[in-house]
Design a protein. Structure first.
Length: 226
């Protein structure tokens, strides 16, 4: 599934990525948020100078992705650190806005714990994948975090209990980054009767699977058992 990013600039940002350690200037992590209100109010608020807050991206419940601040600039989404629970921050001790990308998700549990809509989830996963590839962000809980990890006192519910962390990590690590040539090999093997179903080509092969492939080949091409 592919998504388009709509540019909707906010004045709430700092130019560039000040060198947090005076040596490198890079994007190290993604911080996920949940907005306090529904779209489009949440978008206009983040574009209002009075808010003094923003994010790089906003994903609506309809699955639309808005970009408010360029990746190479610093958005104001998680600069206040209060009782953090984040080793990456502890090792840097510098304003997290400077080395993170902030993604806001339109409020999804205002009336309970309904969670992201399916299309909102798909858009978020797609965006995560783009950023992970572009900035070589490791897929782990130190580099893809929630706002609550930065401010556990005033933002314990950002992005909230309904945020699908397990599913997101599973999907990000899963088949979404499989290259086409690997899928082509699986398809060819299936056509030839060497494997009987579709497989994730990056999955390790168990002994039974290796033996099954060999037996299939012997039966089909040597013994010619149909
Ligand atoms: Zn937040």
């Amino acid at each position: 599934m592919s998504f388009k990013i709509k540019w909707n600039p906010s004045p709430n940002f700092s130019v560039g990525r000040r060198k947090y350690d005076y040596q490198t200037e890079s994007i190290l992590a993604i911080v996920n948020h949940k907005t306090a209100g529904k779209f489009p109010g949440c978008l206009s608020w983040m574009c209002n100078p009075q808010a003094e807050a923003s994010a790089h991206y906003l994903i609506t419940r309809a699955g639309e992705i808005y970009q408010l601040v360029k990746d190479e600039d610093t958005s104001w989404h998680g600069g206040i650190v209060n009782k953090p629970n984040w080793n990456l921050y502890n090792s840097i001790r510098y304003n997290p806005n400077r080395y993170t990308i902030g993604i806001e998700h339109e409020d999804y549990d205002g009336d309970g714990e309904e969670g992201l809509t399916e299309i909102q989830y798909q858009a978020s996963m797609w965006l995560h994948n783009q950023l992970i590839k572009k900035y070589n962000i490791p897929i782990d809980t130190e580099h893809i975090v929630g706002h609550y990890r930065i401010d556990s006192v005033n933002r314990p519910n950002c992005p909230g209990n309904a945020f699908p962390w397990d599913k997101l990590f599973t999907d990000l690590k899963g088949g979404t980054q499989v290259e086409q040539w690997k899928l082509d090999i699986i398809a060819k093997a299936k056509n030839m009767g060497i494997v009987s179903t579709d497989h994730n080509p990056d999955e390790p092969a168990t002994k039974w699977f290796v033996l099954a492939v060999i037996i299939n080949m012997i039966e089909k091409y040597i013994l010619k058992i149909t």
